[in-house]
Design a protein around this ligand. Structure first.
Ligand code: PLP
Ligand code: COI
Length: 340
């Protein structure tokens, strides 16, 4: 049944859709999993996730295409990344093929919540898992729950394609041998103070530096970063402490193979910021959000693309990536998973 929602005015937020997927891990195995209407979780007061933050998550989207199919984008890479995260957190990985099947199942169950083609909204899919049994001494849980819920969403940053302003914070996101490269809940817990502080000071987000030398650009709290050089090369930070964004990996491929641009992953120094002509955040939630300005302790670095619209190359990347996701442009083999 069609949902009565003002799709065009959705922000990036939670709303409760009809169904979610749940599987429990106990006695060394995942159960067969169910689709349920129950959006609440009852946990013991000493559950490992509550005491020691043993939790991780993923994010991907379902899109309605030009010919009214429902698809999602490279869910196999989310499955793999979640398994990598689980291992780093001493959690039992949820089998990757079952992850993809569960995404398909939960989107099918919520198919009426997938926003219409052209509305600007999409159905955000949030897989996550956590240690659920009581744990007192510091050690991993014995029991886990894996869940997936969905929620229709609009742009992550208010204003959509309007350029945003980042600041270089006096906080670090990830330690050199820490968990920055996986999608652990704890990475986000420790970013909350930095994001509130950035907002209080009038900035949209933080542009984190590498914590070992504080000289190199890493990423923001929820997205990777790409830059465009004056000679139209697309560059992105290479670092072992940033999350390997699926959007960023896809954009680098699109830049090379669809747009004929050079694309390079390399260390990027803060000193180089003023040499770029465009900058954007990339991620599932952020899609490709243009950055107009970075403020480094009072010093403003404004990109030539300005504060009014996306830069030219960013726009081409955006159009091509979203064209692939929405079925307007042919996708590389294996990128699109049809759901219904
Ligand atoms: N970096 C961080 C810290 C994130 O939380 C996300 C979001 O998932 C990304 C980057 C973007 O990754 P992806 O493109 O796979 O969504
Ligand atoms: C995503 O892009 O899916 C994210 O998880 C980013 C953010 C909302 C934490």
């Amino acid at each position: 049944m069609e949902k009565n929602i003002d799709w065009g005015n959705l922000g990036f937020g939670y709303s409760k859709t009809d169904f979610r997927y749940v599987s429990n891990y106990k006695d060394g195995r995942w159960d067969s999993g169910i689709i349920t209407k129950d959006s609440n979780i009852v946990l013991n007061e000493c559950a490992c996730v509550l005491q020691y933050a043993q939790t991780c998550f993923e994010g991907l989207k379902a899109y309605r295409t030009a010919d009214n199919k429902v698809v999602c984008f490279r869910p196999d890479l989310n499955a793999k990344r979640m398994a990598d995260t689980a291992k780093r957190l001493e959690m039992p990985p949820f089998p990757e093929d079952r992850f993809v099947n569960a995404v398909v199942e939960v989107v099918k169950a919520n198919i009426d919540w997938v926003p219409p083609y052209g509305s600007g909204a999409t159905l955000y899919i949030r897989p996550y898992m956590f240690g659920s049994d009581p744990i007192m001494g510091v050690k991993p849980a014995n029991e886990y729950q894996f869940r997936i819920f969905t929620a229709p969403v609009g742009p992550y940053f208010k204003g959509g394609a309007k350029p945003i302003t980042l600041r270089i914070p006096d906080f670090d996101r990830a330690a050199p041998l820490g968990t920055g490269h996986v999608k652990a809940g704890l990475n986000y817990a420790m970013s909350l103070h930095a994001i509130v502080d950035a907002h209080n000071q009038g900035y949209n987000e933080n542009m984190y530096l590498d914590s070992a030398t504080r000289t190199k650009i890493e990423e923001t709290g929820g997205a990777n970063i790409i830059f465009v050089t004056k000679d139209n090369k697309v560059v992105t930070p290479k670092s072992s402490t940033i999350l390997p964004s699926i959007t960023r990996r896809s954009l680098m491929y699109v830049a090379e193979k669809y747009l004929g641009l050079q694309a390079e992953e390399r260390e990027i120094y803060k000193e180089e910021l003023s040499e770029f002509k465009e900058c954007a955040l990339c991620g599932t939630a952020a899609v490709l959000s243009p950055v107009g300005k970075v403020v480094d302790h009072g010093k403003e670095i404004s990109f030539p693309s300005g504060m009014e619209k996306m830069g030219e190359v960013t726009q081409k990347l955006y159009d091509t990536l979203t064209g692939i996701q929405m079925g307007r442009i042919e996708a590389p083999e294996g990128w699109i998973k049809e759901i219904g």
